[in-house]
Write a protein that binds this ligand. Structure first.
Ligand SMILES: Cc1cc2nc3c(=O)[nH]c(=O)nc-3n(C[C@H](O)[C@H](O)[C@H](O)COP(=O)(O)OP(=O)(O)OC[C@H]3O[C@@H](n4cnc5c(N)ncnc54)[C@H](O)[C@@H]3O)c2cc1C
Ligand code: SF4
Ligand code: SF4
Length: 447
């Protein structure tokens, strides 16, 4: 399996780390026709070296279990689904919640890492010319500029060349596959363990094509060029999932806004998602020092300003959190592992329970797929698998139909039959689960 095969089978999420291994061929990242970033590979490219750092390498020599044990310092517990950890919480940062996407904990932890001089720089996602990309950042005073979730393809392409040029240590934020690529790089170059001593993991439900942002902008009524898309405009008076998307029309600086709930389910449907994400079994970003996500459980999801779930894995991460709680900076509750899992239940259902179906489907269609951890490959019932089949279709069609139409009215018209078919199967599955639950109760089975 070479990088070319990974890319050609749509198994690339654009992390860009392979590019840093291609010293001869000078690969770089470019946009493909589906709105994702992928590496260009030349005939001189060092393919074997590039594949060694790819989180989707078919060989998958080092899986998340191995890498977590090697790289996460002094963790206390292990769980099959969420990985190694030391403490589990839900809550928010008093200072950064309002200006952040969830509870502002990512901004809080980055601020602590900088102000304590544990690192001198951050490599984070921030605005560049009206869109978003990774960049170096070192200013504690302007820390709020780094906040907010960006559902937009970004790449770590320049991380390793940039940090070579600077003095000091660097903390990086990233979704699970990006963090895995950094760990694979540290596995080969141990000097990078000290250079990048802390990783903030963003819990990730899937990489969206840049078409997603165009779809949202047009849904908000902006049909010409725009910039500064904001994906999570909160409503303090409502509940957490009631947020808006906004963007600024370039010609007249008009702000366009759309209520996300009006657009329906953007995640469970696989809309505009990368094919690679359907082969990702790391739901909670297991290789980061700390993993942060939305607290999609009661009572936290009732608060429009948002709450984070926080999995502190390394001892340092757990210390930052407990100091924040003691100083009153963080308003946190302790959670147990089941509540953490419940907050990401939809993602676990899709990513773990649906994985075997998708792997078998790839085999049947002679498509390549990366090796995944055996414990997640569990047979499911026929109705559940039918939903997985429909999701594969909606994911793929959302991208191909947008590629062809690039217009919200035509897109909605052509996409409707696929989404209706998925909703039908999902409703049948929910009915089936309810009947199963009732039957279990009736005959006295609790599990
Ligand atoms: C593509 C994507 C999918 C997600 N899916 C889920 C999900 O299914 N379930 C869930 O609970 N949470 C998900 N999240 C995480 C959630 O949206 C918040 O980012 C997270 O809870 C941190 O919130 P915060 O308020 O602590 O962060 P903030 O304090 O607002 O800081 C955000 C931090 O995230 C970094 N960042 C922003 N965008 C990206 C990006 N694209 N890649 C890497 N770093 C980035 C910024 O640099 C910043 O440091 C997703 C995030 C992304 C980017
Ligand atoms: S996932 Fe990352 S390492 Fe793998 S091919 Fe894509 S850019 Fe390269
Ligand atoms: S779902 Fe997994 S593979 Fe997809 S972007 Fe998120 S972490 Fe990467």
């Amino acid at each position: 399996m070479t990088i070319e095969k990974i890319v050609n089978n749509n198994l690339c999420t654009g992390c860009g780390v392979c590019v840093s291994e291609d010293k001869i061929g000078n690969s770089s990242m470019r946009w493909n026709e589906d709105g994702f970033l992928i590496p260009t590979v030349t005939s001189n490219s060092d393919l074997a070296k590039m594949e060694k750092v790819c989180p989707f390498s078919l060989k998958n020599e080092y899986n998340e279990d191995y890498l977590a044990k090697k790289f996460i310092d002094n963790y206390q517990y292990i769980d099959d689904d969420i990985g190694v950890y030391t403490s589990l919480h839900a809550g928010y940062s008093l200072e950064y919640r309002n200006s952040s996407s969830s509870g502002g904990v990512a901004t809080y932890v980055f601020e602590k890492l900088l102000s304590s001089n544990y690192v001198e720089h951050l490599f984070i996602v921030k605005e560049i010319n009206g869109r978003y990309g990774y960049q170096l950042f070192s200013s504690v005073d302007k820390i709020k500029e780094i906040s907010k979730t960006r559902y937009y393809p970004v790449t770590l392409e320049s991380l390793f060349s940039e940090i070579e040029k600077i003095e000091g240590r660097v903390a990086v934020s990233g979704v699970a596959c990006f963090i895995k690529a950094i760990r694979l790089k540290q596995n080969i170059y141990p000097e990078l363990i000290d250079k990048i001593p802390f990783l903030i993991g963003i819990i990730c439900g899937g990489l969206k094509s840049k078409f997603y942002t165009d779809f949202l902008a047009q849904s908000a009524g902006c049909s010409s060029e725009y910039d500064s898309p904001e994906y999570r405009v909160k409503n303090a008076k409502s509940y957490a999932s009631d947020y808006q998307f906004s963007c600024k029309e370039k010609g007249n600086n008009r702000i366009h806004v759309v209520e996300m709930q009006r657009l329906g389910d953007m995640w469970g449907t696989g809309l505009f998602k990368s094919n690679a994400c359907d082969f990702c079994d790391d739901v909670t970003t297991e290789l980061a020092d700390i993993s942060l996500g939305d607290a999609w459980i009661k009572p936290y999801n009732q608060e429009g300003l948002g709450n984070s779930i926080v999995i502190a894995r390394s001892q340092l991460a757990a210390d930052i959190i407990s100091q924040g709680i003691n100083s009153g900076d963080l308003k946190f509750d302790v959670l147990d592992v089941d509540r953490i899992k419940a907050s990401q239940q939809g993602s676990f259902n899709h990513r773990h329970k649906g994985l075997l179906y998708r792997i078998n489907n790839a085999k049947k269609n002679n498509r390549e797929f990366p090796k995944r951890r055996k414990r997640f490959l569990v047979k499911q019932n026929m109705i559940f698998n039918l939903v997985q089949k429909e999701r594969l279709i909606t994911r793929e069609k959302s991208i191909s139909v947008w590629r062809e139409t690039k217009d919200i009215t035509s897109f909605n018209e052509r996409f409707k039959p696929y989404i209706m078919s998925l909703y039908q199967k999902t409703t049948i599955n929910h009915k089936y689960l309810r009947i199963k639950e009732k039957l279990k109760k009736a005959i006295g089975i609790n599990k």
